[in-house]
Design a protein around this ligand. Structure first.
Ligand code: OGA
Ligand code: MN
Length: 366
């Protein structure tokens, strides 16, 4: 039976998920929404251009707000898509943070149980990755086995909750990037409290899910994409609603808020950038070395060589969430919870042909 045919008991979302997940024959991508002018399902979105100064935007590598292109999609109120608003040469610094800085302690990642307490994925992988770019395939590096990192309030994959007792300082640079984006979108009270970073290889997918663990659903969920492209499926409040497939490219930002905050969504497929180059053009430029007031240090050419080698077959996504409402607190059960040290060998980005389920746990494969 073809993947496009609804199997018994299969919901409309899963049917479309399977269609785009399929490799052979590859799915027809002509119905996938691209964010560009003239696309009939899109409406230009007004941003609050006065809410962030050009200087503040530049400190985190964003263009002045009046230069951004942002869109709403018909039928999805509260969903906003910002087409790569990063300054040339600046995504490099965010990618370097995702690979070199954020996987380190006190942040939590899927490989924690495989490493010593101060395990340094970058330190253990960079020489090998740099060699790979010139010498073809060899064994996977630890960085290539990285699937998720949690920041701030650490999401617990087992209980699907956040706990007051399990948190570490949220990275200042990513909090500031999130502040700028949320202000631009008209959210004055956003606080970056939790981050989930997803690391995808070319055969990875992210299962069908709703991000409902946060206690504050009135705040937006921010999502930042780097590296290879992907198909994002945006559905409805139930899995019986067929999702809209859309393309996400490096640098793009998605904001799920209001009526779209709790919609089902998934990433069935990672795709090489359609331009034909090995990296998308926005990453093919040299890393910016501009230091004026910048919140992130420049990405050195040596570090970029490692990032570039990694990104040839990877996509990185950072999601940033507010967990608590203004003045809100955790439910009492959080007080007594003992966090189990099980996170080291679980992750929710899947690497094989299995299909997406809600926040699935899988064991790391070599
Ligand atoms: C998530 C998520 C989407 C993506 O982490 O909750 O939906 O594009 N990520 O990786
Ligand atoms: Mn999500």
């Amino acid at each position: 039976m073809s993947a496009a045919v609804l199997e018994q008991g299969e919901d409309a979302f899963r049917k479309i998920f399977r269609l785009y997940r399929r490799k052979n024959p590859p799915a027809d991508l002509s119905g996938v929404l691209e964010y560009r002018p003239g696309e009939s399902r899109l409406r230009g979105a007004e941003l609050c251009v006065g809410a962030v100064t050009d200087q503040d935007a530049a400190r985190v590598g964003l263009q002045p707000l009046h230069q951004w292109s942002a869109y709403h999609v018909d039928g999805y109120p509260g969903f906003l898509f910002i087409v790569n608003p990063f300054l040339p040469g600046w995504q490099h610094r965010w990618v370097r943070q995702c690979l070199k800085r954020y996987p380190r302690k006190p942040n939590v990642c899927n490989l924690d149980l495989h490493m010593s307490l101060d395990g340094d994925l970058w330190g253990l992988s960079h020489a090998q990755l740099r060699k790979k770019s010139s010498q073809g395939r060899s064994e996977k590096t630890l960085l290539e086995k990285l699937r998720w990192v949690t920041l701030g309030l650490h999401y617990n994959w087992d209980t699907k909750k956040y706990y007051r007792e399990h948190q570490s300082p949220f990275p200042v640079d990513l909090a500031e990037l999130s502040r700028c984006v949320s202000l631009a979108c008209g959210f004055q009270n956003f606080k970056a409290e939790a981050g989930i970073l997803n690391y995808y290889r070319m055969d990875s997918s992210l299962g069908i899910h709703v991000d409902e663990s946060e206690l504050d659903h009135s705040s937006p969920l921010l999502s930042f994409c780097f590296g290879q492209s992907s198909i994002f499926l945006l559905g409805g409040l139930s899995r019986d609603v067929a999702p809209t497939p859309m393309m996400m490219h490096s640098g793009d930002i998605m904001v799920m808020s209001g009526a779209s905050r709790l919609l089902y969504h998934a990433v069935p497929r990672i795709l090489r950038h359609p331009g034909g180059g090995v990296l998308p053009p926005c990453l093919s430029v040299s890393p910016s070395s501009d230091e004026r007031d910048a919140l992130l240090e420049p990405c050195s050419p040596a570090d970029w060589e490692v990032c570039e080698s990694y990104l040839l077959s990877s996509r990185i996504n950072m999601t940033v969430r507010r967990v608590l409402e203004e003045g809100g607190s955790f439910p009492a059960e959080g007080d007594t919870l003992h966090i189990k040290a099980t996170q080291g060998d679980t992750y929710h980005v899947e690497d094989d042909e299995s299909e997406g389920v809600k926040r699935v746990r899988t064991t790391v494969k070599d």
